[in-house]
Ligand binder design. Structure first.
Ligand SMILES: [Zn+2]
Length: 706
């Protein structure tokens, strides 16, 4: 019999681990408090070549002194010595001896030193064949692809080896020992998604009594219906246990050798980790060695310059785990650049991303800014100059961010539940992670969002699929905006009374949208909005629903309701945009424009029954952030456009009585009152400033009430 939705919710899977963690973390937090510091902590990740170690060390010290860098993260290995191979124990011992005097010298120069383990499982084959070096089981993919370099992480041989490796590098007593993001089951090319090796299949059979071939197991995990099959549930549990067990082994090994060292973990997209069954809170407990708060290093920003859409999504990926793990782990976002020159990422975008990190996750930031291939500091020095010149500015941002710690915005609903109920069409594990939906989409219109609790909630199908009926019912008593995929899912599950639509079916051939509702269209009433997107739904709203726009077929051959609103009898206020967020419709250029923006603003205000947490006016493609303090509000506006933002204007839901003093943070990091005009209309506070925000720059305002 198939397990039910309620029987296999995430909390059931992990209840014992969570209970244990709560007790442990309370003790851990009491032992080693870390006070907030507004001084931005540049953590420089750097390769030391074995043959040039001593010269590089002196250059590194000089570079750190010049550029305000207090913390260096040295790679355990390097690809010149090792050819990207997993080191054998003798090779690792030799490398530790290379690094030992480097670490001592750096410490003597007053630097904090951490170690980044270059290979724990290994990133990918990269043309290597390690079958002659190691005799463990190598990883096998869901499609049968066999790695010749990546070990299977349940092979006891690998566990013993990795325990020894970490113990060796722990001898250097690093402040943090980081496991790199090769600590995962996906993306070990040629293995796209592991591990379906004979050891894993045997362990699955031992746990379940089911002897399945790889092909049959993959089919049962992914495309069998209805989900979750017992195989999906047990497979995700086995994958989670695989990594949790490895985490414990590594932590124990480090703790025995260097009790003062903190464990650090780099992570990839949290949606992808959920599809690997990653049990975050149990993992956190495994890493909380000796009462130290462990460190999370989320992947932050692409390896290269991108468009405003890329930038917006990447900021969201970095923020996603903060509500779950912030306060329990130190966040040291990893600002990426590969291969580490200004060919791949501009100085200006690097500067903006550090400024944003100072605002969203102060004060630590991991910097990948130097080439892995040429580690001379004069090879590409432009980012170093920026670090030096912008240090005061970043400190100013962090200072305000630590004063104002509570994020406010439309809440993007997300948590770390596994994709147990997600229906996939393609029998590849890469189709299992939930796709992004709202992440960054509303921000680019000027609406601040957050992953912390907010009044108006943005729901995706992937989120709703993993909720029980009771959870959905409770959610729909509140203020919710749905995309078409999530509305269709709710209709399928019978929530028509709550959503105000009795049907939500795919429709093809619609080609433009009209702003037909005067109350929501304002000056754009009866005008068309271009709609060049492929996935739409035909809504069937009840009579009491408000139809905001209508969608037409060619030559008005048909028309269907577009964006709608509905106030249900439980007090819920529900909006629907009948597009497919999970197919990227909310990102499409055809979705974006001034008319859409105005209609969305009025819809969101209707849902919220008042002003929104933050809306930036007249500003295409920004990323706005609001953080509240005791008597102040911090507004950060990242201009992701290539055009400057002139005379910045924004509107917030006023949190205090009266009008505030408005300060602006100048590029040199000094706060100064500016000649801003403020006006109160009900609960809405409008602020007009003379400030210009340059392309790819962050503007910060502080509103202070007496
Ligand atoms: Zn395996």
């Amino acid at each position: 019999m198939s397990p039910t939705r309620r029987a296999f919710c995430f909390s059931t899977l992990l209840a014992p681990a969570i209970g244990l963690f709560v007790e442990e973390s309370g003790r851990a937090a009491g032992r080693e408090p870390r006070g907030p510091s507004s001084r931005v902590n540049y953590m420089l990740r750097y390769f030391i070549r074995s043959e040039t170690a001593s010269q590089q060390t002196e250059g590194l010290i000089l570079n750190c002194r010049e550029n305000h860098i207090p913390h260096v993260i040295l790679f355990s290995g390097n690809h010149w010595d090792m050819g990207w191979n997993m080191p054998k124990i003798d090779e690792a011992k030799a490398r530790v001896e290379v690094l030992r005097p480097v670490v001592e010298r750096l410490r003597g120069a007053g630097l904090e030193v951490s170690i980044n383990m270059w290979s724990t499982i290994g990133h990918g084959d990269i043309g290597r064949d390690e079958r002659g070096r190691f005799s463990w089981q190598f990883m096998v993919g869901d499609d049968g692809a066999e790695s010749h370099a990546i070990p299977c992480p349940i092979d006891p041989q690998w566990k013993r080896h990795v325990s020894q490796l970490y113990g060796l590098f722990a001898q250097l007593e690093p402040a943090i020992i980081y496991i790199d993001d090769d600590f995962r089951l996906h993306n070990h090319l040629p293995v796209t998604w592991g591990c379906f090796c004979p050891l894993h299949l045997a362990e699955f059979a031992r746990r379940t009594g089911r002897n399945l071939s790889r092909q049959d197991l993959v089919q049962r995990v992914l495309t069998a219906e209805p989900q979750p099959t017992r195989e999906r549930v047990e497979w995700l549990r086995l994958c989670g246990d695989t990594m949790l067990d490895a985490a414990r082994i590594i932590s124990d090994s480090v703790m025995q050798v260097s009790p003062k060292t903190r464990m650090g973990l780099m992570c990839s997209d949290p949606n992808v980790h959920a599809a690997e069954g990653r049990p975050w809170l149990a993992m956190l407990q495994a890493f909380s060695v000796n009462g130290h708060q462990p460190v999370l290093r989320p992947h932050y920003a692409s390896y290269h310059d991108g468009t405003y859409r890329d930038a917006a999504r990447e900021i969201c990926m970095m923020r996603k785990l903060q509500p779950l793990l912030g306060g329990k782990m130190l966040f040291t976002p990893e600002l990426e650049n590969s291969p580490g020159t200004t060919f791949s990422k501009s100085v200006q975008l690097t500067r903006l991303q550090i400024a944003l990190s100072s605002l969203l996750a102060p004060p630590d930031i991991t910097l990948d800014i130097h080439s892995f291939d040429d580690t001379r500091f004069d090879y590409d020095p432009a980012v170093d100059v920026m670090l030096r010149n912008s240090f005061d500015s970043f400190n100013g941002v962090a200072d305000w961010a630590l004063e104002c710690q509570k994020e406010r915005g439309l809440q993007v609903l997300w948590d770390d539940r596994f994709p147990l109920h997600r229906k996939v069409e393609v029998s590849r594990m890469t189709s299992l992670p939930a796709p992004p939906c709202w992440e960054g989409a509303m921000d680019l219109f000027g609406f601040a969002t957050t992953f912390y609790p907010g009044e108006v909630k943005l729901a995706s199908r992937a989120y709703l699929e993993e909720r029980s009926d009771d959870e959905i019912r409770s959610l729909l008593k509140g203020k919710v905006l749905l995309d078409g995929d999530s509305a269709a899912h709710l209709v399928e599950r019978g929530f028509t009374r709550e959503t105000g639509v009795t049907g939500c079916e795919p429709v093809a051939g619609a080609n433009y949208e009209e702003m037909t509702n005067k109350a929501f269209a304002g000056k754009y009433w009866n005008q068309d909005e271009t709609t060049v997107y492929d996935y739409k739904y035909r809504l069937n709203p009840v009579d009491q629903a408000i139809v905001v726009t209508e969608v037409f077929g060619p030559d008005r051959s048909f028309h269907v309701p577009g964006m709608t609103l509905y106030a249900n009898s439980s007090g819920g206020r529900i909006g629907i945009i009948p597009l497919s967020g999970s197919h990227g419709d909310l990102y499409n250029m055809g979705f974006r424009g001034w008319k859409r923006q105005l209609a969305l603003k009025k819809m969101l205000e209707w849902i919220n029954q008042g002003p929104l947490p933050l809306f930036v006016e007249d500003a295409p493609n920004v990323f706005p952030i609001r953080r509240d303090g005791e008597k102040s509000v911090l507004i950060g506006i990242a201009n992701l456009s290539a055009d400057p933002l002139l005379r910045v204007r924004f509107e917030i839901a006023n949190p205090f009585a009266g009008e505030p003093r408005v300060e602006y943070l100048s590029p040199d990091g000094r706060a100064a009152q500016i000649a801003a005009q403020t006006s109160l209309r009900g609960r809405s506070l409008q602020v007009q400033t003379p400030v210009r925000i340059e392309p790819l720059a962050l503007g910060c305002f502080r509103l202070a009430w007496m």
